[in-house]
Design a protein around this ligand. Sequence first.
Ligand SMILES: Cc1cc2nc3c(=O)[nH]c(=O)nc-3n(C[C@H](O)[C@H](O)[C@H](O)COP(=O)(O)OP(=O)(O)OC[C@H]3O[C@@H](n4cnc5c(N)ncnc54)[C@H](O)[C@@H]3O)c2cc1C
Length: 423
Amino acid sequence: MPHANDAPADVTILGAGIIGVCCALSALERGLSVTIIDRDAPGEATSSGNAGVISPWSCVPQCLPGVWKGVPRWLLDPKGPVKVRWRDLASILPWTLAFMRNATPAKVAGISDAMDLLMRDNVEAYRWYLAGTGHENLIADSWLVTLFRGDLRPDLDDWPWKLRRERGAPVEIIDAPTLQEIEPAVSRAYRSAVVIKGQARARSPSTLCKALAEKAVAQGAELQLNEVEALLPEADGTVSLKTPGGVISTKRLVLSAGIWSAKLLRPLGIKLPLMAERGYHLEFPEPGVTVNHSVQDMSAKIFLSAMTEGVRVAGTAEFADLNAPPNYARARALEPLVKRVLPSLNTASKREWMGIRPSFPDSLPAIGPLPGFPSLFAAFGHSHYGLGMAPATARITADHLTGMRSNTDYSMFAPMRFPKCRD
Ligand SMILES: Cc1cc2nc3c(=O)[nH]c(=O)nc-3n(C[C@H](O)[C@H](O)[C@H](O)COP(=O)(O)OP(=O)(O)OC[C@H]3O[C@@H](n4cnc5c(N)ncnc54)[C@H](O)[C@@H]3O)c2cc1C
């Protein structure tokens, strides 16, 4: 097949979700020329429908000690926060066992440190990216407000708060009157909350991604709409891209194709435990009420946020085959949960959405070179945390691309850290 491009850019980035777009900006900052390839417009896949939380303190992995205790109850409740399609159970089991093996206090502490490294300056990074674009208001100052209903009371020694506090997060408990002052639309049945200040929230995650892609293009990046059918390793160590219109050469390739990344690597003999963990949202365009911060009901496992598109409630972890059709009953199951939090919410009109989190069993992404393929770099697998982790992922990727030595050890993000990941 003839090559469709003569002179490839210094870096080709496959995937224009929030990870790929931030990688493009960081590569441009280092003086590299960039081509971004996606089959869709930027920010149309998982990066469009998330809960918008940008927290420097998102250092709490999914694999917490004792997490297994809730699993049987969640699985038996068809509307519960975790769902496994029974026909996919056999393929999901090895990942689940690996996930459980990470749920020890020692492992969780190391994972939390690694997450902290990727999160710590994310708010400043987004503000810096957006400065001068005219889109500065896509990021709003925010707190994380975690609600406790009825007689439930927060215990700051529980893992989600303990891990954050140990890493310096300003975690405080507030009482019912203070909660009403901060979030007047929240039901009075919630009588206390944990508040973390100094965060931000995206007011439209998809528009944010598009605005950052526009900035990359204004700085000289080329944005190509194209479907990549396969990665083709070449004799000179580069990787070309098979597309319907021909083969595209690359000099260095960043793979930031979210959940689809592992499938593209499979024919190269690389077998990574990347799980399709589907999440859903419901969005109410005429809500009649608002929320001022990122609001979480931890027992229902939902996040609420006021977006430019309406009030959004996001949640659910549904483990299913990558190509399984969405089950929008999962999105609709969020409605009674959000009504418990916001009793006056107008639910007359609503939009449903499903997106696929690319999740490794240790809650950490794959960032860095793929051994055996000297010009191929991983930047995927950000599970529940991709919006928050994107700027630091992009900086580390730019370090790898430019051969810059860092004093920080990045081995916990090594793509091949898992057992048996090569044929
Ligand atoms: C319900 C929900 C709530 C969430 N809330 C938060 C939150 O509040 N904060 C947070 O930090 N994270 C959150 N996340 C996680 C976050 O959304 C993801 O981690 C992040 O969006 C992943 O970004 P990405 O760029 O890796 O993937 P994607 O956004 O999926 O982008 C991958 C891109 O690659 C392209 N692509 C793939 N294969 C090909 C191919 N073969 N050819 C061409 N193009 C291709 C796709 O079209 C897509 O545009 C949430 C996720 C969900 C589901």
